[in-house]
Ligand binder design. Structure first.
Ligand code: SF4
Ligand code: SF4
Length: 84
């Protein structure tokens, strides 16, 4: 049950081995990630960040590094576990 709740509160986008996770409950809707993403992967939806085009992601990590609320996690292709 706990896992189900967690999934409902988390947006997971996956494209081949790449994965981007957004935690809406942590996102304050500042749009920093949307404005910084060089590939226009992210959009705002209901005042929260949303992964709109994961296939265009270059895995630059800017969104994760710059999010002030740690609301985005990018898992890079070909790497096990979370990118550091
Ligand atoms: S930078 Fe973080 S807090 Fe701001 S909109 Fe993006 S995910 Fe939300
Ligand atoms: S890792 Fe880079 S290209 Fe991918 S969504 Fe984040 S800012 Fe955009």
């Amino acid at each position: 049950m706990a896992e189900k709740v967690r999934q409902e509160e988390t947006e997971v986008a996956q494209y081949e081995e790449r994965k981007i996770v957004i935690l809406p409950r942590h996102c304050k809707g500042c749009e920093i990630c949307v404005l910084l993403c060089p590939a226009s992967v992210l959009e705002m939806k209901d005042f929260k960040a949303h992964v709109a085009r994961i296939e265009d992601c270059t895995e630059c990590m800017l969104c994760e590094i710059r999010c002030p609320d740690f609301a985005i996690e990018v898992y890079q292709s070909g790497k096990k576990g979370k990118a550091k």
